[in-house]
Design a protein around this ligand. Structure first.
Ligand code: HEM
Length: 416
């Protein structure tokens, strides 16, 4: 057996917070290895990067998700008892509920609701001196996803609910005040959505059959029992929160249009395929989800390395999307590269990899792509705007990453 290279520090948790997206890539470079061990969150852990590592990580015979996600993530981003922590048949049954919502028709409906909101907001922007795109787009997405799922949202609560949902993913990768806000927001959103689940079940709130809120409220797990109301709320939040999070990718799209004006030109005249390649490159190029965690199910050996049972293993998503063995000039923004992409579920993994039904790959990947496409189409074909001087730098230590200025636009003009 070979020894897995070991990170020198006694505990590397602080380094993880400081290095952010570059924590695994930096050390893999340092140790000239796709794999290293480190003490993280006070436990011996293994970190891995690249396509071969992704194939291994998504082998459900070798890895499980029970107790894999760190407590601070459960208290903010994920909630307790969500699909992310299930394994085997229990996972498959719950995941099936999510995937049954992801029909082409249903996703198109959500994209149409989003575009409707873009139009309404752009009317308002015409009268504003300055628009901070990130915060506006989050509201657009929050309104659209509430309507799509069947969650009632009063005009007066749009800002509050949008901010709470955003605080869940803002708090996930941080320590300190931002993390604390995430914990408070977790309690608030769960209370809000638990009441809705209760009202659906008591029929105080009538919702369309087949709507996401209906599907979750009446979903039965393997034991044929309804989910308890907290778990049902957590799963409904699993649709609302990440849809609001697409705002990060929309801002990165706007930034790419600004930084690479040739793309802007292509997309103004371009077809659906051009927009799709652009969106894929935004998902590959810009930082969002840095890494994911699983635990070793049973002792096994791989490539001469030993993986002891229960060890927490982290897979590097950001680094794999920038791996020079997989992507030519990985640090250049080139949508055209997606003309030749082989479609592997293990080399392009901004939202996880592997299989949707059997594994934990993001249930909302198609939604993400479609809502980004609708948003890019709107930005390039339905409005014009100025991008004033501002601080557009992105810190790779901040999770989730975002341009410092949150992307400010001015002088918005509607063109259709
Ligand atoms: C905003 C962009 C998004 C990113 C970067 C993202 C990223 C991810 C990642 C990295 C995972 C974990 C994969 C794994 O553990 O192997 C995941 C899982 C998941 N995502 Fe997303 N996601 C996004 C949008 C969405 C949307 C829009 C939805 C739903 C509307 C969604 C619902 C889920 C669910 C339910 C899971 C759990 C799947 C499982 O455990 O089987 N995500 N996502």
């Amino acid at each position: 057996m070979q020894q897995i290279p070991r990170d020198k520090a006694l505990d590397s948790t602080l380094a993880l917070l400081l290095d952010g997206y570059l924590f695994i890539p930096k050390r893999c470079q340092r140790y000239q290895s796709d794999i290293f061990q480190a003490r993280l969150l006070f436990q011996p852990s293994i970190c891995m990067t690249g396509q071969e590592a992704a194939k291994l990580f998504y082998d459900t015979e070798r890895f499980e998700r029970k107790d894999a996600n760190p407590e601070p993530l459960k208290k903010t981003l994920l909630g307790e008892g969500s699909v992310q922590g299930l394994d085997g048949d229990a996972h498959r049954r719950r995941k099936q509920m999510f995937m049954s919502l992801m029909t082409r028709e249903s996703i198109q409906q959500l994209a149409a609701l989003t575009t409707e909101q873009w139009h309404a907001y752009s009317k308002k922007w015409e009268t504003m001196d300055k628009v901070v795109l990130l915060y506006e787009v989050r509201e657009i997405l929050c309104r659209a996803v509430c309507q799509w799922t069947g969650v009632p949202l009063e005009e007066g609560e749009v800002k509050q609910r949008t901010n709470e949902l955003a605080a869940l993913f803002e708090g996930g990768g941080s320590a300190g005040l931002r993390h604390l806000r995430g914990r408070i927001a977790r309690q608030q959103t769960e209370k809000w959505i638990e009441d809705i689940i209760e009202n659906v079940r008591s029929q105080a709130l009538e919702v369309a059959e087949g709507s996401p809120v209906h599907a979750i409220a009446w979903h039965r797990d393997l034991n044929e029992e309804l989910l308890n109301k907290r778990t049902a709320a957590i799963e409904l939040i699993n649709l609302l929160r990440p849809t609001v999070a697409i705002g990060q990718f929309v801002v990165f799209s706007a930034l790419a249009l600004h930084d690479y004006p040739d793309c802007q030109q292509t997309l103004q005249q371009g077809d659906d395929k051009d927009i799709e390649r652009f969106v894929q490159e935004v998902r590959r190029f810009y930082p969002f989800f840095p890494l994911i965690a699983a635990r070793v199910r049973q002792d096994f050996d791989w490539n001469g390395y030993h993986f002891p049972k229960k060890t927490r293993v982290f897979l590097d998503l950001y680094g794999t999307n920038h791996d020079a063995r997989l992507w030519e000039n990985p640090n250049e923004f080139q949508p055209e590269r997606f003309r030749d992409w082989d479609g592997s579920p293990f080399n392009f993994i901004p939202q996880g990899g592997g299989d949707y039904q059997v594994g934990h790959r993001c249930a909302g990947e198609w939604i993400t792509i479609e809502l980004m496409k609708a948003s890019v189409k709107f930005l390039t074909q339905s409005i014009q705007y100025d991008v004033p001087e501002q601080d557009l730098r992105i810190s790779l230590s901040r999770i989730p990453a975002i341009p410092n200025s949150r992307f400010v636009i001015r002088n918005v003009r509607r063109t259709d």
